[in-house]
Design a protein around this ligand. Structure first.
Ligand code: GTP
Ligand code: MG
Length: 423
């Protein structure tokens, strides 16, 4: 119908025309808003929720398509969404943390882990004995420094030397032997000044540690099993973690078996180390039989062409006979075909001093220990325990922990160790 008002050609009346203009203006504004949102990708508070849900859906697809890593876990924790942990043995995922359990320390731990993860590809820097044996050095060198200036080592000085060695955890038996040998050599050589006695002592200490086979055995063509045993908190799991990276760098294919079934957290801890070093992992249920977890690990290693299984065990007190029996069983089961137990490493915390000796004797009887990993030599340890372990137990110290980092596990080098003690 034509308008009766030529001034308002769109409507039949002024009112109609105003309405049409208003509706057109609103439509234009709405279109403009829609275009802006499409361009910036931002939604309203309602569609923000939907967007978030879509985002999560998208990331879970992404998680299925690629291996989840600590970066994802950290991002999710920081976002306040559940952390996904993957059991790489089965490829299944399970929520291990929910929003209510995400606290600051968890975030800190994950941040640290993430920082570590970034370091994985960087070459490991090995610490030196000299730099890390802080306490051990001051324990001996304080006294030995005084000895150098003595024109003549008299009875009192010999007694002081004896005491200094015992205080440094060398052990009474080894100390007496060392002193007697040094006195004999000094007499033969006709020397009695402090500097000469110190040289002789250093030589005798070197001789005490010389000639031991400290190699770590990996037999060709076998599914090698290295079993880690020791009392609670000495550093078994950490040592396995550090070794995982090192063995992989040396061209081995590593599987970690979480034989510590006492606590769920123990398997989580090992899983984190496995992720850091790119190792395979097999874990069981909390409270499960450690022997069967390790057995499953060995089977999986064979199937996946891994040449070495690092088997973790729960910390246990050497005076609990049922737990020591359990360990003997683990050792027997690990040796079943195709398992080839090439190392049983007793982990000893160097800061426990002479207590470590008592533990070592019982463990050695239960599981035929092949060598010792002496951890925390960087801490308040006095170092002398090395002599006690090697001389009194006849066990070689094969590896030494000089810190908590991925690279802080070194082969035991007796000469560098003694030089550091006397420096
Ligand atoms: N300073 C220092 N700390 C270490 C060293 N090795 C391990 N630790 C720390 O010792 C603590 C215990 O280490 P774990 O590896 O959990 O010990 P564990 O023997 O597996 O303990 P359980 O499984 O409870 O028996 C952790 O805080 C480690 O970071 C080391 O060489 N130096
Ligand atoms: Mg452990």
């Amino acid at each position: 119908m034509r308008s009766a008002y030529p001034l308002f050609p769109l409507g039949s009346s002024l009112v109609e025309t105003v309405w049409i203009i208003v509706i057109a203006a609103v439509a234009l504004v709405l279109l403009a808003l829609l275009a802006t949102r499409l361009l910036t990708g931002r939604g309203t508070s309602v569609s923000e929720g939907a967007g978030r849900a879509e985002g999560l859906g998208g990331s879970s697809v992404a998680l299925e398509e690629r291996e989840p890593d600590l970066g994802d876990a950290l991002t999710d924790v920081l976002d306040g969404s559940p952390v996904e942990s993957t059991d790489t043995s089965t490829g299944t995922s399970a929520d291990v943390l929910d929003e209510s359990t995400v606290d600051e320390s968890t975030v800190e731990q994950l941040e640290e882990a993430l920082a570590e993860e970034r370091l994985v590809e960087e070459p490991l820097v090995k610490p030196s004995f000299f730099d890390r044996l802080g306490k051990a050095r001051t324990a001996l060198s304080g006294y030995l420094g005084g000895l150098v200036g003595l024109g003549q080592v008299d009875d009192e000085a010999w007694e002081d030397l004896e005491e200094a060695l015992i205080r440094a955890d060398v052990g009474v038996g080894v100390t007496m032997k060392l002193i007697a040998d040094v006195q004999g050599k000094a007499k033969e050589a006709g020397v009695d000044d402090g500097a000469a006695i110190l040289d002789l002592l250093k030589g005798e200490m070197r001789a005490e540690l010389a000639g031991k086979d400290r190699s770590l055995v990996i037999d060709e063509g076998e599914t090698n099993v290295w079993l880690f045993v020791g009392v609670n908190g000495v550093g078994k799991t950490t040592t396995i973690g550090k070794l995982g990276r090192r063995l992989a760098d040396e061209g081995n294919s590593v599987l970690m078996a979480a034989g510590d079934t006492f606590r769920a957290a123990a398997a989580e801890q090992l899983t984190m180390w496995a992720e850091r070093s790119g190792a395979e992992i097999v874990r069981g249920n909390e409270g499960g039989d450690p022997s069967s977890v390790i057995f499953d690990g060995i089977q999986a290693a064979k199937a996946r062409d891994c040449n070495i299984v690092l088997a973790d065990t729960a910390g246990r007190l050497q005076n609990k006979s049922n737990l020591m029996d359990e360990l003997s069983k683990v050792r027997r089961v690990a040796a079943k075909d195709p398992g080839h137990v090439s190392e049983v490493l007793l982990v000893i915390d160097a800061t426990t001093g002479q207590n470590g000796m008592t533990q070592a004797k019982v463990f050695a009887e239960a599981v035929e220990v092949t060598g010792v990993v002496l951890t925390k030599l960087d801490g308040s340890a006095k170092g002398g325990i090395v002599f006690a372990i090697e001389s009194e137990l006849g066990l070689p110290v094969k590896l030494v922990g000089l810190g908590e980092g991925l690279g802080d596990l070194v082969d035991f080098d007796p000469d560098a160790f003694i030089d550091a003690l006397f420096a």
